[in-house]
Structure formats: C-alpha cells, structure tokens
Design a protein around this ligand. Structure first.
Ligand code: AN7
Length: 356
C-alpha cells in the first residue's frame, strides 16, 4: 500500500522516528507511455509522462509539502506561510489542515487559476491576494518569516526540495535506471533542482547507473533564466510559471550545466498547442504550465535535437514531467476549444449532428 513518500523513502530523507508524518499518501504517480509523442521523436525514443497531477491536491507540490509540514510540526511550529502562483498554496492549505496548524498564503491578485484558489480557500487557509506579482509576494513572505515565528514553506525551505526529489527516485525505480532525457517546466526552479538532486543521490548510492540530460522550459514572457536577467513584469497564460526572479535560479543553472542540458523558452501559443495535443492525442489532461514540457519536446523535435539519437541503435527514454492536473484551470481549457453546441432534445437532430 502506498503510504506516501516519507514512509517509502525515509532512509533518503531527513526524518527520524520522532518526525510526525503528515501525509495524504502523495507520490507513486504513474509514468505513462506516450505512443503518439514517441512516434514524433522517431524510432529510437520512447516518451513517458510522469503524471504529477495525480497527487492528492493535483500537483507535484505535495511531495515537498508533506515533508515541509511534517518537519514544521516536529519543530512545534504553529503557523506556516508561502507565496504562490496557486499550487503551493493549495498543497500547503491541505497539509496544514491535516496537521491542525495555521496557514497563510500570499497570491498575486487575479492571476491564479480557479481550481487552485478554491483549494486554498476550502482548506481554510488565510488567503491574501496582493496587488502585485509572485516575486513581490515571495519577497514579502521572506521578510515576514524572517522576523516572526512563522515557517516559510516555499521551496527556499530545504525540506520542500528534499521531498520533491522523490519523484526522480520513482522514475528510476520504475525503469530500473534513470531515463536519458528529462523535460520539465521551470518557474521558481525548485523542481528542476529537486529532480537533479534526486538523480545524483540515486546514482551515488548505486541505485542507478546514469544521469539524465535535464531540459527545462520557461514561458516566453517569464524566462529570466533563458534571458539571464530577472523579468520585472512576467506574463504568460501558464500562470503557475509566471515568475520573473526564481528563488532556485543558481541550482537550476547547475542542473542544466552539470547534465549538459539546456533551459529554453516556449511561447504561449506553443504551450496551448501542446496542451491540446496532450489532451487529444494522449488522453492526458495537464495544466498549461505542465504542457510547457510537451511544448519543449515539440520544439526540440522541430529543431532536430533528437537527430543524434536517431542515428544510433540504442532505445532512449525521454520523461516529460506533467506537474499539475488540467482541472486546476478549467477556464483555460474551455477558452481554447469550441463550446458545446446547444440543440433540441430530439433524436433526429442528434443523429444528424453526429453524422449518422
Ligand atoms: C503546475 O505554486 O511556484 O520551477 O507557487 O504549479 O519548482 O517553481 C508553482 C510552480 C510547474 C514550476 N508546474 O515549478 C507555486 C509555484 C506547475 C507549477 C511549476 C509550478 P518550480
């Protein structure tokens, strides 16, 4: 039975018998073979989707939050705080509800997806919407948590990264080794940092033999790492990654360089195309920020990145991380397709509509 990432990977996490475990049985998410996407890459590649949207609150944040909240409880904290583009706040709200401690979240007003806002609110967090962006919210949270007895649970909290690294353990456990390439959206850059840490630890322990090439993608209007300077007014329809000054910038660059990978950008149009393609060709519904992985894959294919592997005899594994569930942002889904046609409740009309 899956009892969450702390029990499963306790030996590789900073926990002891004294750590209270606050869990919603997160982790153990499926690694789904993507036949259509594989065929686009070529005969030597198999593409897999790590569907992190199937975590309890619908995003990868739960892996880090279970550990951050458990450690906060171990330290007898009574309140936690985070800034969020939505998913961190949803996860923090759920795990603190379970732990019975206070949760305060700062969100950029009007800029987080409806599903995420509903989660933070229904779990009873104190939600404050600032007239500003995520980066401004995070600066405020850093200042407040530095001066008051409130635990910061953004990914600057090292337990968040520790928990999130378990996703790479799961991928290695599933394949029996690390994949060859990993494609991942990059916002505040905690997740790419966490995966890379996880892969390196597994290899150091002899539990895998290689390291993947890390391929990160930012949204075009929010691509500080690609442009090598902070973006003052980031913009993108992928609100989860609308971040102009990532907290884990340096470690994301390390992951990129140590793995001989890259961090590139994809446009909103490319994200939306990938978002629909993923839903309609693979049957997987992920939120727009997650579709940045798929947009990145498509961009790499078009640019000839995988040509080099198609000239070899080996089979390569490419894992795309789908960080959050599509239902987080139903408004975006509805906006980018045709609305349902309204018809009379009449047999003939229906048969005509469906071509019978
Ligand atoms: C679906 O919730 O930053 O590069 O405050 O929700 O580790 O920041 C969310 C980030 C990708 C980027 N995909 O991950 C927040 C927040 C989804 C996300 C990212 C986020 P990082």
């Amino acid at each position: 039975m899956n009892q969450g990432i702390i029990k499963k990977y306790a030996k590789l996490l900073p926990v002891s018998a004294k750590t209270p475990i606050i869990t919603l049985n997160e982790g153990n998410t499926p690694l789904i073979h993507a036949g259509y996407l594989s065929s686009l890459v070529g005969k030597n590649a198999e593409v897999y989707l790590k569907y992190e949207g199937l975590n309890p609150t619908g995003s990868f944040k739960d892996r880090g939050m279970t550990l951050a909240i458990s450690k906060a409880c171990e330290a007898k904290a009574t309140a936690v705080m985070c800034a969020s583009t939505g998913n961190t706040s949803a996860s923090a709200a759920a795990y603190t509800a379970r732990a019975g401690i206070k949760c305060v979240v700062l969100i950029p007003s009007g800029a987080i997806a409806l599903g995420k806002l509903s989660q933070a609110l229904i779990h009873g967090a104190k939600v404050l919407a600032i007239k500003g962006n995520f980066d401004e919210a995070l600066d405020l949270v850093k200042e407040i948590t530095a001066h008051y007895a409130i635990t910061l649970v953004n990914s600057l909290n090292p337990y968040r990264i520790e928990g999130q690294k378990t996703a790479s353990f799961e991928i290695c456990d599933c394949f029996g080794d690390a994949p060859d390439f990993q494609i991942i959206p990059v916002g505040n850059a905690g997740n790419i940092t966490a995966y890379w840490k996880g892969y390196k630890e597994y290899r150091a322990l002899g539990l895998s033999t290689k390291l993947p090439v890390m391929l990160g993608f930012q949204a075009q209007g929010a691509a500080p790492i690609v442009k090598n300077k902070p973006v003052k007014n980031p913009h993108t329809i992928a609100t989860a990654i609308r971040i102009g000054n990532p907290a884990s910038w340096k470690t994301a660059v390390e992951a990129r360089d140590e793995s001989k990978g890259l961090i590139d950008l994809v446009s909103d149009q490319e994200i939306l195309t990938a978002y629909k393609l993923l839903a309609q060709k693979e049957g997987v519904f992920a939120e727009p920020a997650s579709a940045a992985s798929i947009a990145g894959l498509l961009k790499l294919i078009t640019g000839g990145y995988f040509k080099k592997i198609n000239n070899t005899r080996k089979k390569y594994k490419i894992v795309c991380i789908l960080t959050g569930h599509g239902l987080k942002d139903p408004e975006r889904a509805i906006k980018c397709v045709k609305p349902p046609k309204i018809i009379k409740p009449d047999l003939k009309t229906i048969l005509k509509e469906i071509g019978y």
